[in-house]
Design a protein around this ligand. Structure first.
Ligand SMILES: [Zn+2]
Length: 355
């Protein structure tokens, strides 16, 4: 297949898994190019090479989709930080960077570039004024995404059912394939009272090509819902958890306590978002999630906040893909102490339990 030929998202999903890296917000913040808490993706304007590198790292790890980093890059957030005039430049820059990376794949086939809209945080149940405002925000961002050559559109992290429906409506106006994923909070219900399953059923009815869940929940508290969603829906299903050990008592990362002997608490009330590190899932936990999700027929897979290239590689390899970063997967065989390589001296190997 020539580099310029590109299969569509649904064609790819019909024959196998498709990997999508999300979670840019946390990863870019960790790399030092974004303020935590405020979380505005100014990186596309201020440090474009850092964003391009992040996309390349995820591509190298197996992400088939290069999702433009416009999360929180919407008009309302730009108003909060007093930089509304940078809204369109920010969006276009993020889209152009994503497109550039998508069209320079490491394998034979181009990646898919995705335009992105997300939770607005001004949506209010039963209040038409903010709802219309949100719809306008979605429409302008989707317009820029289409302009810049998006192959698909992703609407994600919605915790109001009606806001997700609105995002889907706007995305569908473009005729591009649409991925729509929800992120219910710890009450395990959408904030407008619709159940998680009913929201997903409705999104399918309204024409979502891929429907599912992303963000807020780790594997433990997302997978049970994904199982129900997969059972009830006919369309492709998406699962992109955060990479933290959420529990039934704390289903999301917003109020996740640190029970790991933390001796130095954050200056604010929660471990979210700056002190979640001890609750990070290891790669084997992410592998377990990807395996179980794939086995029940979920083909659109990735991880959200807490994602790093190593974990994306883990997801990709779990579902049978070999990716460029597979070259560097773990090889304990040659470890200086734990390895089985016969060149490793016995007195070093024998010391392992005292190390
Ligand atoms: Zn996330």
């Amino acid at each position: 297949m020539s580099k310029n030929k590109k299969r569509g998202l649904i064609d790819r999903l019909n024959v196998g898994p498709v990997i999508c890296a999300e979670g840019f917000l946390f990863e870019i913040e960790k790399r030092g190019y974004m303020s935590s808490g405020e979380f505005v993706p100014m990186v596309s304007l201020e440090n474009p090479e850092a964003l391009e590198n992040l996309h390349k790292d995820f591509q190298h790890a197996g992400s088939d989709i290069v999702q433009a980093f416009t999360y929180n890059g919407h008009r309302e957030k730009m108003r909060v930080i007093g930089k509304e005039e940078l809204l369109e430049p920010l969006n276009r820059a993020a889209l152009k960077i994503a497109k550039k990376v998508a069209n320079n794949p490491l394998g034979k086939e181009n990646n898919l570039m995705a335009g992105n809209i997300s939770n607005s945080n001004i949506w209010k149940q039963g209040d038409k004024k903010p709802q219309l405002e949100v719809e306008k925000m979605f429409r302008e961002m989707v317009g820029w995404a289409v302009d810049e050559g998006a192959d698909i559109l992703i609407g994600e992290t919605f915790y109001y059912a009606e806001e997700a429906y609105t995002a889907l409506k706007v995305m569908k106006e473009t005729k591009l394939p649409s991925v729509i994923t929800i992120a219910p909070y710890g009450e395990n219900i959408m904030r407008d009272g619709v159940s998680i399953l009913d929201t997903c059923k409705e999104l399918e009815q309204r024409g979502g090509d891929v429907v599912g869940m992303n963000c807020h929940r780790g594997p433990n508290t997302m997978l049970p819902y994904l199982k129900k969603i997969r059972k009830e829906l006919k369309c492709h299903v998406a699962g992109l958890p955060i990479t933290y050990r959420t529990t039934d008592d704390h289903p999301t990362f917003f109020n996740l306590p640190d029970n790991n002997g933390c001796s130095c608490h954050t200056p604010h009330e929660t471990t979210f978002p700056t002190a979640l590190d001890p609750m990070q899932c290891n790669r084997y936990e992410i592998r377990k999630f990807a395996k179980e999700a794939f086995e029940i027929g979920i083909n659109y897979l990735g991880v959200c906040c807490g994602a790093n290239p190593m974990l994306i590689r883990e997801v990709a390899e779990t579902v049978g893909l070999k990716v460029p970063a597979s070259k560097y997967r773990e090889n304990m065989e040659n470890h200086y102490m734990f390895g089985k390589n016969k060149r490793i001296p016995k007195h070093i190997k024998d010391y392992r339990n005292k190390a």
